[in-house]
Ligand binder design. Structure first.
Ligand SMILES: [Zn+2]
Length: 268
């Protein structure tokens, strides 16, 4: 029994060392002191989890070498107090939208665009982990530079049931879980439903997209549970803003106090 337990520990430790041994992007070897540290702790059967141990940098969190981590594009948010709606051109672009704050890591470009495709369309879960780590790290940075107003509840943008059946998962849900864990608040994936499948945002302008999406979402929870709450609405990519705006409009009919949109990338 003890031998079996020890074998399982070694197997887990070996997997961890392998996972963090090479950069996910350039495949260069990463010094694996952290991985061996994690492995040692697991072998010693300490209670620390892998997530708790790997907290130093975004690269270490996400399995990237420091060089690749430094290449990830980021919006410069210091002067914007973390909110992209404070940027004039973005404020103008989304002036008809119903959300109150917009936080995105970066423009929709390599490598985040590539990772999202790998995760979303090919189901490669290591890229989901990368994206989730980036979002977590970015929010931590925004908290440092702004009078951050913590949300009360996290809602992932829903996908239509047919798309969910095809894809097998909703790509926004693991991102929403990361946000919920960061703030230690509830993530409710059973609050919103998408009524119909629509084309991708790249195929339509903002005004066309807003018309397509009008009435396309419904609340399937008790609106009273949302009243007065600050909602974090989590999406993977925001393009025209029509999807998150339509959901925000719906949420405001339930008298939520405000809606903050958190996403990985902005595709303008
Ligand atoms: Zn690298």
């Amino acid at each position: 029994m003890i031998n079996q337990h020890f074998k399982e520990i070694v197997a887990r430790a070996t997997k961890v060392v392998h996972l963090f041994n090479y950069c996910e992007l350039c495949e260069q070897a990463i010094p694996f002191s952290i991985a061996t540290d994690v492995a040692t702790n697991i072998a010693l059967n300490k209670t620390s989890t892998i997530g708790q141990k790997i907290t130093q940098t975004v690269g270490q969190q996400s399995g990237l070498c420091d060089q690749c981590a430094s290449l990830i594009p980021h919006f410069q948010l210091t002067e914007l107090k973390g909110d992209l709606l404070n940027r004039p051109e973005i404020h103008t672009l989304y002036n008809k939208c119903h959300f109150d704050q917009l936080i995105a890591i970066a423009p929709y470009q390599f490598p985040i665009s590539d990772w999202l495709k790998q995760f979303k369309y090919l189901g490669k879960w290591q890229y989901q982990r990368l994206c989730a780590c980036l979002l977590q790290h970015h929010l931590q940075e925004v908290i440092k530079i702004s009078d951050f107003c913590q949300p009360d509840i996290v809602l992932p943008v829903p996908i239509h049931i047919k798309r969910w059946q095809q894809r097998g998962f909703n790509q926004t849900l693991p991102l929403a879980h990361v946000v919920a864990n960061l703030f230690n608040i509830e993530c409710n994936a059973d609050c919103l439903a998408r009524q119909a499948q629509t084309g991708t945002q790249a195929q339509a302008s903002g005004s066309v997209r807003r018309k397509q999406l009008k009435g396309n979402f419904s609340l399937i929870c008790d609106p009273k549970t949302l009243a007065g709450k600050h909602i974090a609405l989590v999406d993977d990519v925001v393009t025209t803003g029509a999807t998150v705006s339509e959901i925000s409009r719906l949420l405001k009919t339930a008298k939520v106090s405000s809606v903050s949109v958190y996403c990985l990338a902005l595709s303008l």
